[in-house]
Design a protein around this ligand. Structure first.
Ligand code: BV8
Ligand code: ZN
Length: 247
């Protein structure tokens, strides 16, 4: 099915001089990476991702949480950027000023050629000591994935190593939050791709943009949208819609 983008939306994107592109798990879904709301298969199906993504869960069972993130890291390493990631990169080249903000912890925007990506919730490929916060570098991904794995130890204080992501209940990096909020206030157009808009403070970006007089375009297979003035919904798969936007 070829997707037709309403002329008004095409015009809004074409005229944009200061754009924010805000992405969630839905942009990586077509690269084979499960979203938070997708049912998770195998061992992990008995766990709620939100309950594993907390410091309390890591304190309670570090091997289970570390194993969960190593499985994700393996999945993300084997995934490839899809046409939506490439279309976003193209927009960052065409539009004079673009802030690319993602809630995703994968590196598919970078592997699609984007730079200066604001990862509001960190990156699964970063890790640090849970006790002293010193960065920990590792390249290998364990051969056997899919279950609990004992996390490595910090060379400095012997504390357990944790993924470099922001867990529920943890503060986001304040510098990144400020950059993201300032960009949402300045922009003339914010495109939100593949997010359920359920996690704060990332979920406030579209409203900040609307309140500042910008247009907001949601790209989602699920037609959720507040339908405020200047707020639009493009219902469908991110790769199909974003490729059509750039066609
Ligand atoms: C904070 C990293 C201040 C880890 C993530 C009670 C106690 C403590 C805090 C709270 C509380 N109540 C509320 C809060 C705040 C909390 C929050 O918002 N909770 C929600 C659940 C209510 N937020 C926080 O805790 C944040 N910190 O507030 O600090 C503070 C400090 C102390 C005490 C109080 C406050 C930290 C939030 C960051 C959490 N870390 N990720 C990891 O990834 O494992 S969040 C994680 O979930 C993701 O990063 C992402 O942000 C979020 C999932 O959202 P989406 O990306 O939108 O994904 P989702 O699956 O939901 O939706 C996918 C969408 O794509 C769907 O709409 C679908 O239709 C669409 N889609 C699917 N396929 C496609 C598609 N669209 C297009 N094309 C397709 N093919
Ligand atoms: Zn340490």
């Amino acid at each position: 099915m070829t997707y037709t983008i309403p002329e008004k939306i095409i015009e809004t994107i074409r005229k944009s001089r200061r754009m924010v592109i805000s992405t969630g798990a839905g942009i990586s879904a077509e690269s084979g990476i499960a979203t938070f709301r997708d049912p998770v298969d195998g061992l992990w199906s008995q766990y709620d991702p939100e309950l594993l993504s907390t410091p309390e869960a890591f304190r309670r069972d570090p091997s289970l949480v570390w194993g969960w993130y190593e499985t994700m890291r393996g999945q993300m390493r084997n995934a490839s950027p899809n046409p939506a990631h490439h279309a976003v990169t193209e927009l960052t080249v065409i539009v004079p000023e673009v802030a690319l903000i993602t809630q995703n912890i994968d590196d598919l925007h970078e592997r699609a050629g984007a730079s200066d990506v604001i990862h509001l919730h960190g990156r699964v490929f970063d890790s640090r000591c849970f006790a002293c916060a010193r960065p920990h570098y590792r390249r290998d991904i364990p051969a056997t994935l899919g279950g609990p794995i004992e996390p490595p130890r910090c060379g400095h204080c012997n504390g357990r190593i944790r993924p470099g992501v922001v867990w529920f209940g943890e503060q986001l990096p304040q510098r990144d939050v400020k950059r993201a909020f300032d960009a949402a206030k300045r922009c003339d157009c914010l495109i939100s791709i593949g997010t359920s808009g359920e996690v704060n403070p990332a979920a406030t970006l579209p409203d900040i943009a609307l309140d500042s007089g910008a247009s907001v375009i949601h790209v989602n297979i699920d037609p959720w949208c507040q339908h405020r003035p200047n707020e639009y919904l493009l219902e469908g798969r991110a790769s199909e819609i974003m490729s059509t936007v750039l066609a």
